[in-house]
Design a binder for this molecule. Structure first.
Ligand code: GDP
Length: 432
């Protein structure tokens, strides 16, 4: 899916614009400045065209941090998005921060649309004349709050978005796309260097920007893989505020480009909330998942026992993910990464024929019928796998199934088919 990012200074109305595009009725998201919001990437649709909307608006630092955070937004937009909506406040005009960001955005050869927000009525339109000076071409006057100009804007932007994300475009049979994720200092760049250094970096410059490579193709296990957003791993951004939000933004945008994620966990530290949050972002994105427990060389027996307990407690919900215990610096067990990735992707791609799936459903429901609820017993009439990547199933039923019953079916599906390394969805349609 193509990715559209909304970028701009604090208070120009980014979140209002995002809400408007998503068609959400709620008022502007009320976040305290600098507070982390977990969701930054949204599935959006306009005139039957689907795209991902990346909202950088959860990141509103104080005046001192503005330049750094807006520059970092621009950097993510440049590396990971297909087009940018650059929002300014028409009543304020172009500020020095705006000009700085525009210089960054220009370097990326990606479409940038200049959105003049807060033009609430036509009498304000003359205000936008001044914005031509930013050199981004015609400013589009809108009022995110009142909806004015939004439909015209989207009509125009949508026709110019690529059908498939240019950054994620994959030739048939081309290398599969891997995101290396994890909190700061878990060893992402060490892993990348080891993999890219000892094996062979095949192609460096892929995204066609004038800056660092965004993706790199790396040979591991005799096969070429495409590591996405390696620019984000190699480049280190030092932010005083909002570092968590930056990391979330980068992780979400990288996941859009990836098919499988390697989430790295530092075994020398307790498993943290942030580790779990990154894993949850992968689950939400529906990408395949491999867990890499890094710095294994630092593990002693005591810590090891703790670690196993922590994994049972905090990572039980992803016990299906292939696990590799590695050391990015010594190279320990790095050869196990490729087979784990292969396995996860194979599960992610799996399709179960409808006949087989229904035979299984018949067996499961006979062995363990749904409990009677209010004098009625919901039955599963029929099921089918509606999609792969990740495997998604639909059950047609005569009534609402208990969550516990859906879990039973999901669990049995995993026991029978494995699905190592992929989330699976079991949905339900009730037929009256
Ligand atoms: P990133 O922030 O996730 O990219 O983490 P880095 O790759 O920069 O690693 C952070 C620190 O951990 C560096 O000092 C690395 O040398 C160290 N490190 C990374 N992997 C390992 C490992 O497997 N074992 C040990 N002992 N140190 C490691």
């Amino acid at each position: 899916m193509p990715v559209l990012a909304v970028v701009g200074r604090p208070n120009v109305g980014k979140s209002a614009l995002v809400n408007r595009i998503l068609g959400r009725r709620e008022a502007v998201v009320e976040d305290t400045p600098g507070v982390t919001r977990d969701r930054v990437a949204y599935k959006a649709e306009w005139n039957t065209r689907h795209f991902t909307l990346v909202d950088t608006g959860g990141w509103e630092p104080d005046a001192k941090g503005i330049n750094a955070s807006v520059a970092a937004q621009a950097e993510i937009a440049i590396d990971l998005c297909d087009a940018v909506l650059f929002v300014v406040d028409a009543n304020v005009g172009a500020t020095a921060t705006d000009e700085h960001v525009v210089r960054m955005l220009r370097k990326a050869k990606k479409p940038v649309y200049l959105i003049a927000n807060k033009v609430d009525d036509s009498r304000q339109e003359p205000l936008i004349a001044e914005l031509w000076s930013l050199g981004l071409g015609e400013p589009y006057p809108v009022s995110a709050l009142h909806g004015r100009g939004i439909a015209d804007l989207l009509d125009m932007v949508i026709t110019k978005l690529p059908l498939v994300s240019a950054v994620a475009k994959q030739e048939v049979g081309g290398p599969r796309r891997v995101a290396i994720l994890g909190r700061p200092n878990v060893g992402k760049s060490s892993l990348l260097n080891k993999a890219a250094g000892e094996e062979r970096v095949v192609v460096n410059e892929l995204a066609g920007t004038t800056r660092d490579p965004v993706d790199e193709q790396v040979d591991i296990g005799g096969k070429i893989w495409r590591f996405v957003d390696t620019a984000g791993i190699r480049r280190r951004v030092h932010l005083q505020q909002g570092a968590d939000f930056y990391a979330t933004l980068r992780t979400s945008a990288a996941l859009e480009k990836a098919e499988v994620a390697v989430v790295m966990i530092d075994v020398s530290q307790p498993i943290s909330e942030q580790d779990v949050r990154i894993i949850d972002l992968v689950l939400e994105s529906g990408r395949a998942l491999v867990l890499a427990f890094n710095k294994w060389d630092l593990l002693d027996d005591d810590r090891r026992r703790y670690l196993e307990r922590e994994i049972e407690q905090d990572l039980a919900h992803v016990s299906w993910a292939p696990r590799v215990n590695i050391s990015a610096t010594t190279g320990r067990h790095l050869e196990k990464l490729a087979p784990a990735l292969e396995r996860a992707l194979e599960s992610w791609d799996t399709r179960i024929p409808t006949g087989k799936f229904n035979a299984l459903l018949a067996e499961l429901t006979a062995a363990h019928p749904h409990p009677v609820r209010g004098g009625k017993q919901p039955r599963v009439l029929f099921g089918t796998q509606s999609s792969t990547r990740p495997p998604t199933f639909v059950l047609f039923t005569t009534g609402f199934l208990d969550p516990g019953y859906r879990r039973y079916i999901t669990r049995r599906l995993r026991e029978i088919y494995g699905f190592d390394g992929t989330p699976i969805n079991v949905n339900m349609r009730v037929r009256e």
